[in-house]
Design a protein around this ligand. Structure first.
Ligand code: EPZ
Length: 454
């Protein structure tokens, strides 16, 4: 089990590139199951979730090359008739994205219900309701979705849910509609750039799609899709994470391939806080060297502030003098990072899906535990700004969505290292910088800081 050792207090400075977008690569990889020819994908990030999706495609009898320099070659000509097993789907929410492609190409799909998640309840009712509307017989058997339909029929679909639209639901329905009979119109489709990227890929494969990037997407069903090659968009969430880290450490970085047009809401929050944002031919320049101030924001569906940036921005706001307010309208319970940030000295009051941050108290290194992908990133950001050394456990969460984040940060001047528990001759909690440890005063009141071991 790896840990990250972070010695904070060093501003990030320099230039960095982001990898391809995880939340674009995964649905696009899944969509190749609807195509019977060779597909070549480029700018695929070398992430745990990408490896899991590759295993899922292999389990469907697709031929999938190993990932070489960001390039994957996938041929699903012999795919079909296989169960998408719980062991794979439970590891990665995007596993649900094979449902639409399998059903529309083969007339049958058996896909495990996705596993639970630390960021909140994540049903798939909108996905299933849409496929039923397209003529599928859908039932749940022993934790699996069993969907059958000789050929899907185009339909009017509404994907509005209690928390807005559904990103992977829009992906599933869009792919399912590409081979359905007739026209499908998706009302209240997700506007996220990753959905637009998937639509552009499907168009490259011969699909007839209009309106992607708006709330109404129209798809004219075709007889088949054809092989193609496609380059996945840069990861806007990784770029935003690095931008927030630069401001939190009061540094100045340039992200050379940041997809600026898809990260405007997050950049607006950074500007409200007092960061300097400048886009030039060399990339996106972000500086946190000026006077910073508290702010408030609500994470919302695109084009709002992404819920996937909420934790990272909260880490920044703990270092900014004043009272900030954060809420998440997509995943109202997505606050697993709050308790760990408080272990580092942050002052946060969280109730009813909202958090008030009393920023400006200095953060101190501590032993903390990652709970989900973006919460992990928030802990890394806080650790970069904290005095002393922070040990972050369970960083397998981080590896699901960031390619060697520690290398990128070290390239920007951070003192961060990946350490495997087995390498440690001395348990990490005995190695922590002595300044992290509360002094045991006469009354012996020092609080233990060790996390309960995994
Ligand atoms: C995608 O998840 C992303 N994952 C998430 O990123 C992201 O946080 C989320 O969209 C919101 O932007 C991938 O793209 C692989 P939703 P998804 O369906 O599609 C409710 C990360 O960190 N809902 O848009 O699963 C749901 O409970 C990950 O990279 C229903 O009620 O999210 C949530 O409150 C975390 N019924 C809201 O809608 C449904 O059938 C948005 O969920 C589906 C969803």
């Amino acid at each position: 089990m790896d840990l990250l050792q972070v010695s904070g207090g060093r501003p990030l400075v320099g230039t960095v590139r982001v990898d391809g977008a995880k939340n674009s690569a995964l649905p696009i990889m899944a969509a190749t199951l609807a195509i019977g020819d060779m597909v070549e994908l480029r700018s695929i990030p070398d992430l745990v979730d990408v490896r899991t999706m590759r295993s899922l495609l292999l389990s469907q009898n697709a031929d999938v090359s190993s990932l070489q320099d960001g390039c994957l070659r996938i041929h699903a000509g012999r795919a079909g008739g296989k169960v998408a097993h719980y062991d794979l789907v439970r590891q990665m929410r995007a596993g649900i994205c094979v449902l639409g492609p399998l059903l529309t190409r083969f007339g049958r799909a058996c896909v495990s219900l996705p596993g639970g998640c630390n960021i909140g309840h994540r049903p798939v009712d909108l996905h299933l309701k849409a496929l039923v509307a397209m003529g599928a017989d859908v039932r749940i058997e022993n934790g699996y979705i069993v969907a059958e339909c000789e050929r899907l029929q185009g339909a009017q679909i509404d994907l509005e849910g209690p928390f807005g639209s559904t990103v992977t639901g829009t992906c599933n329905v869009m792919v399912a509609a590409t081979l359905a009979r007739g026209r499908t119109v998706i009302q209240n489709a997700a506007l996220e750039p990753e959905v637009t990227d998937l639509a552009a890929f499907l168009q490259r494969a011969g699909a007839v799609i209009h309106g992607h990037g708006t709330s109404v997407i129209e798809i004219e069903g075709q007889e088949e899709l054809s092989g193609c090659s496609y380059t996945v968009m840069p990861d806007r969430i990784e770029a935003a994470t690095l931008a927030v880290a630069a401001v939190t450490t009061r540094g100045e970085i340039c992200i050379s391939n940041a997809p600026v047009s898809s990260m405007q809401a997050t950049l607006d929050v950074l500007s409200q806080v007092g960061a300097c944002i400048d886009e030039s031919t060399s990339g996106l320049r972000v500086s946190g060297t000026g006077q910073l101030r508290a702010t408030r924001f609500v994470a919302r569906p695109f084009p709002g502030v992404p819920t996937d940036c909420q934790a990272q921005l909260m880490a920044l706001l703990t270092t900014v003098e004043g009272q900030s307010e954060v809420a998440d309208a997509v995943f109202p319970e997505r606050f697993m990072h709050v308790s760990e940030l408080m272990r580092m000295g942050a002052q946060i009051v969280q109730q009813h899906g909202e958090a008030t941050i009393y920023g400006g108290r200095p953060l101190g290194g501590a032993d903390v535990m990652a709970s989900d992908l973006r919460a992990s990133a928030a802990l890394v950001i806080a650790a970069l700004a904290a005095s002393g050394t922070t040990w972050i456990q369970r960083i397998y969460h981080l590896d699901r969505g960031y390619v060697r984040l520690e290398d990128k940060l070290r390239g920007l001047g951070a003192d961060v290292h990946r350490v495997s528990q087995s390498e440690l001759r001395t348990p990490h909690y005995l190695m922590s910088d002595h300044r992290n440890r509360p002094s045991i005063n006469e009354k012996g009141s020092g609080a233990a800081t060790d996390q309960t071991p995994e």
